[in-house]
Every structure is written in C-alpha cells, then in structure tokens.
Ligand binder design. Structure first.
Ligand SMILES: NC(=O)c1ccc[n+]([C@@H]2O[C@H](COP(=O)([O-])OP(=O)(O)OC[C@H]3O[C@@H](n4cnc5c(N)ncnc54)[C@H](O)[C@@H]3O)[C@@H](O)[C@H]2O)c1
Length: 385
C-alpha cells in the first residue's frame, strides 16, 4: 500500500500543467511508497484556477498561496509561479514544515537563493529544484558516459540555448503572459531563464565553474508595459554569451538568446575530452551523439578507420529511466522529464538520499548566473566561490 502525499500546486500556467501531469502519471509508471494526491491548486484568479482544478482533478483550490501553505492537509508545496514569488513562498512554506518543489531559477538572485536554502535546511524539509533537463534520458546517459570514464580528461564544454520569440519590437513586457521580459518579475532575461538550465546541466556533467566573463545585450531598449500601458525601458538581457573556466581545467562557452530566428528551444551541449566526446540537442531529444576515441579502461585507441560519431537512440531498457516507459524504439516526450524528476524526488523520500538538484545545488546555479550578469556589466572576469 502506498502512502498518500498531498500536493499543493501554485500556478496553473506552463509549469502548473507540466507538474500536474507528472503527479497524475508517476504512480502508474513507477512503483513508489508515496502516491501524489492532487489536493489543491492555487492562483489569484478564482475562475481560472477553478477551471484548472476541474480539468486536472484537484480536490480544491485557493486564491491566496498563504492559505494553501496554512492548510494542514498539504504535505508538498510546488511553486510554478513567476520568479519573484519564489522566495516569499519558500520561506513561509519551510516555516510550516512543508516539503518544497520549486521551479527554476530558484530565486531572483544568489542572495535570495541563499536565504531560501538556509530556510529549508533549518526546517529540515525535503526540497528540489525542477531542473527537468537532467531527466532527459539522453542527458542522463551523457552523465553515465562521463562517470564511466569515456570522456577522459575534459578539454571543452560548449552550450547554446536559443529561442526566437521576442524579436518583434511590438512584443510588450510584463503582465501574466510576458513577465519574462519584466526585470522586476523575472530577475534577469535569458541568463536566469535559459542559461540557468545550461549551467545546471554543465556543472552536473563537468563539475563546478570557477570563473566567467560575459557580454550581455538588450536589443530592444523599450517596450510597452502591459500593466501601465506605457513604453518603459527593458531591463532584462535579451542575449548573453559567456566564457567559463571549470574547476577541472576545461574551458566552456555558453550562448543564449531569444533572437535566434528559427530556433525555438535549441538547447545543446558538447563535451570534448581526451578519450571521447558527447553531443546533445533538445530538438533531437532521443539521441545522444558519442564519439569514442579510446577504450575507457585500457586507454587503447579505436582503430582510426572505424571511428566516427555514434547516434545512440536512447530508448533501450538499459538507458536511464527508459525501463519505466515503453519498449525499445518507442520514444518519450518533454512532459516525461517532469515525471522522471518527480519520481527521483519520491525515491529520495523513501531512501533517505535526497534527490538532486536540491536548493543548495540551485543556489550554485544562481551564483554562476549572478557572476555572469556582473561580468556582463563590468566586462571583467568574475570568480565563483
Ligand atoms: N523547468 C523548466 O523547464 C521551466 C519551463 C518554464 C518555466 N519554468 C519556470 O516556472 C515558473 C513559472 O513559469 P511558467 O512558464 O509556468 O509561467 P506561466 O506564466 O505560464 O504561469 C505562471 C502561473 O503563476 C500564477 N501566479 C502568478 N503570480 C502568482 C501569485 N502571486 N500567487 C499564485 N499564483 C501566481 C499565474 O496565475 C500562472 O498560473 C518560472 O519560475 C519559470 O522560470 C521552468
């Protein structure tokens, strides 16, 4: 018999839907001690949150997150609301002893993230940041390839995260739909929104980043603000590129923009080492490309007439997470990365080995984001502790 785990979901938008779907699926595909129950969801607009609750099968709804947190029948607070709400909700939820799942970026900046980290650690509550891309099976396989020593000494890490939806000058900023363009709500532009993912993946695969130097750009300097109806200056970074030096001595380049015409969610990375390389592209999500130069155990070189990039279709039972889904050759989608992440969180509860990335790991990413933004302003290299 599984134990019910009562969920309180904040936000009914993109992530509210992705997470709700995961809560509904996870117990069917994973055998777990805890069974999520869609107890309540929350957003400020009563009509919309009621419709969301009806659609996804939540037992009840609230229009004030404080009421949700005060409820004794809620075990887990899940934060799927914009970045400027995360801190206050986390501090209040930790104080009331709730487990907390928070969307990325964990906070508006590292100072906030530090406070949130201390709050959950002091309260001793389980916590996780939804860096769901770690749970793309092909990305998890990349991590396995690294752990197996198949990359060997790493030299280069290269990441891009490109989109194209803010090119038009008449796209406004702010409001319910376009809060990502409003610095006061988002905290930053592509750095916190997109590069946070790239940084989390990079540090997971290749260890900590020690130093960065960055350049940021805001291509459209003024946009109409939805709330005031007036043109206001744009404070976010529309594009960001940075160079990084990793603690292991390898070098990294990172590029992100919402002005790459034709690129919708082009999230890629490549890691090049002495013995091999891996390459991943989210627009080709089931494939991990691997180049084998030498045997990981003996170091013996592959005969050069047989070398070449392998396109591994990551759908076998032996691949990360894939034994929980379909038969080899049948793919899974974007939404399953949230289900896999949730399963890891629940496995963490039952084994006592907390799932990663927890808030402390989210704080790391936030420190790198802060360093990138500071360097973007100063034009200097910035060290990360
Ligand atoms: N893991 C990922 O890949 C990923 C993808 C998209 C968004 N995100 C993150 O998820 C969070 C939400 O993004 P989204 O795309 O779902 O946004 P969204 O605009 O689609 O949805 C935000 C939701 O929050 C609600 N909300 C806003 N203020 C609120 C408040 N004070 N109290 C209660 N509810 C409130 C809104 O009503 C809405 O339902 C952000 O932190 C974002 O960075 C992560």
């Amino acid at each position: 018999m599984s134990t019910p785990l009562n969920i309180g979901m904040i936000g009914y938008g993109f992530m509210g839907r992705a997470h709700s779907n995961a809560y509904r699926q996870v117990s069917q595909f994973y055998k777990l001690e805890h069974r999520p129950v869609l107890k309540a969801c929350c957003a400020r607009n009563a009509e919309k949150i009621k419709a969301f609750a009806d659609n996804w099968g939540y037992e009840s709804y609230e229009t004030d997150w404080r009421k949700l947190i005060d409820r004794k029948d809620i075990d887990v607070i899940d934060i799927g609301s914009p970045n400027n709400t995360h801190r206050e909700i986390v501090l209040a939820a930790a104080e009331r002893g709730k487990m907390i799942l928070c969307e990325k970026p964990l906070a508006m900046n590292a100072a906030e993230a530090e406070e949130m980290c201390k709050a959950v650690e002091k309260a001793g509550v389980a916590n996780m940041v939804w860096f769901n891309y770690r749970r793309v099976p092909a990305i998890s396989l990349a991590r396995q390839v690294v752990d197996e020593g198949r990359i060997g000494r790493p030299f280069h890490y290269r990441a891009t995260y490109l989109q194209d939806w803010t090119i038009a000058e008449d796209v406004p900023q702010g409001g319910a739909a376009l809060w990502r363009l409003d610095l006061a709500v988002a905290g930053s532009g592509v750095t916190g929104d997109l590069l946070a993912h790239s940084i989390d993946t990079a540090e997971w695969l290749n260890g900590p980043i020690r130093r960065v130097t960055a350049a940021t750009e805001t291509f459209v300097k003024e946009r109409m603000h939805v709330e005031t109806g007036k043109k206001q200056s744009v404070g976010i970074d529309d594009a960001c590129m940075f160079l990084a030096v990793f603690a292991n001595g390898s070098m990294g380049t990172f590029e992100s923009t919402r002005y790459a015409r034709g690129r919708k969610n082009y999230n890629t990375f490549e890691l090049n080492g002495e013995r091999g390389s891996v390459f991943f592209d989210l627009e080709d999500p089931h494939i991990l490309q691997y180049f084998k130069h030498a045997d990981p155990k003996t170091g013996a070189k592959i005969e050069s007439h047989l070398t070449g990039w392998q396109r591994i279709n990551v759908t076998n039972f032996e691949h990360p997470y894939m034994d929980k889904w379909w038969v080899p050759g049948c793919t899974i989608g974007y939404e399953h990365t949230f289900t896999n992440a949730l399963a890891d969180f629940l496995i963490g509860l039952q084994t006592g080995k907390p799932a990663q990335p927890d808030f402390r790991s989210g704080l790391r990413t936030q420190k790198v984001c802060d360093a990138v933004l500071a360097s973007g302003k100063s034009g200097r290299w910035v060290d990360i502790e």
